[in-house]
Structure formats: C-alpha cells, structure tokens
Design a protein around this ligand. Structure first.
Ligand SMILES: [Zn+2]
Length: 185
C-alpha cells in the first residue's frame, strides 16, 4: 500500500530516470571493452617496457599478403583475429600467417551485425566452427578471441567460459573500419 501511494506521487518522467541510468551503464559496459563490465578482456600488459602488440581484425582480407610482406620487412610479429567465413575464402594465406610466426585468434564465424543478440549456444557454435577451421588449416588451437565490434554481454561470457577462451581487447583503436576516407588515420 505504501509503495502504491509513493508511486502515485512520482510522475512518469522520474520513474524513467533509473531505467535510463541502468541502460546507460549496460550500454557503456557492452560497448567499452576496457570497462570489463560483463567479463574481463585483456587490453594491456603490465610492463614498464615500451612494447606494442599489433592486432589485425576481420581477416583474412584481400590485402593480407601485402600486410604480411610489410610485417616481414619490418621484422614485426602481429596477431590476426580471423573470421571463419573469411578463412574459407583463403586458407592458403591463413597458413602463411601461421608459418610466418604470427599469432591467430578467433573472431567469430559470421561477424554478424546481430552477434550481440545471439544466444550463448549460437555464439558457442560460431566460435567452435571458426576454431575447427583454424585447427584444420594451421594445426594449432587458439585460446585467443576478440569480440566482434568489441561488444561484450552475458551470453558471450557464457560461451567463452564454456570454451575456455580468453577475450582480447585493446587500448588503442584505429577505427579504420568505420573511417572510409583513406587519408584520415
Ligand atoms: Zn571485427
């Protein structure tokens, strides 16, 4: 009864405030991988040395060979987070990435725009599909995973826990997938 009376005195816009705050915190947690809100992602190493870890997402892409050539010339090793359906397009270059000493990580099978709405089981089966392709192509199993779009949520946490995968984030992002102007970078 008391609650009913209290509620009747609160106008609707006030009731919306906690919902807005809750949604804002949820969205922040989901979209800012460094926040570790839904689960922890490795975004930087604890070291006093000036080291950089370079990662490439969404491959293997059409310019993979060119990227590999540049890395070889600079004597730099990188980590490539590969999309399963892209592996199917160019297994040879995936093998080359591995043979040239770079690390390979899982970056889902479809990289669907709806990925963050998928059930834990659907996410799990995508990750297994990609994992099997990586294994079949290179002979290695990877423990590294990068969430598509860097979005994290409880379903992804469940899938990663089941598969014992480590989420890898970043602390510097190039935004080269969203900035279309080549000169801006
Ligand atoms: Zn991606």
């Amino acid at each position: 009864m008391i609650v009913a009376i209290a509620f009747s005195k609160i106008s609707v816009p006030w009731l919306l405030i906690p919902i807005i705050i809750y949604s804002a915190i949820e969205s922040y947690g989901a979209y800012f991988i460094q926040s570790g809100f839904h689960f922890k992602s490795l975004c930087k190493a604890k070291t006093n040395e000036k080291n950089i870890v370079i990662t490439f997402d969404d491959g293997p892409s059409a310019n993979a060979k060119e990227v590999l050539e540049k890395l070889k010339r600079a004597n730099v090793k990188a980590t490539f987070f590969l999309i399963g359906k892209n592996i199917l397009n160019d297994k040879e270059v995936v093998k080359q990435i591995h043979d040239e000493g770079h690390l390979i990580g899982n970056h889902s099978f479809t990289h669907s725009g709806w990925f963050d709405l998928f059930s834990a089981n659907r996410i799990k089966s995508e990750l297994i599909q990609t994992e099997m392709l990586i294994q079949e192509t290179t002979g290695i199993t990877t423990k590294l995973f990068r969430p598509p779009f860097g979005v994290t949520n409880p379903n992804l946490r469940k899938a990663l826990t089941k598969l014992n995968l480590i989420s890898i984030g970043w602390n510097v992002r190039s935004f080269d997938t969203s900035i279309k102007d080549e000169k801006k970078n």
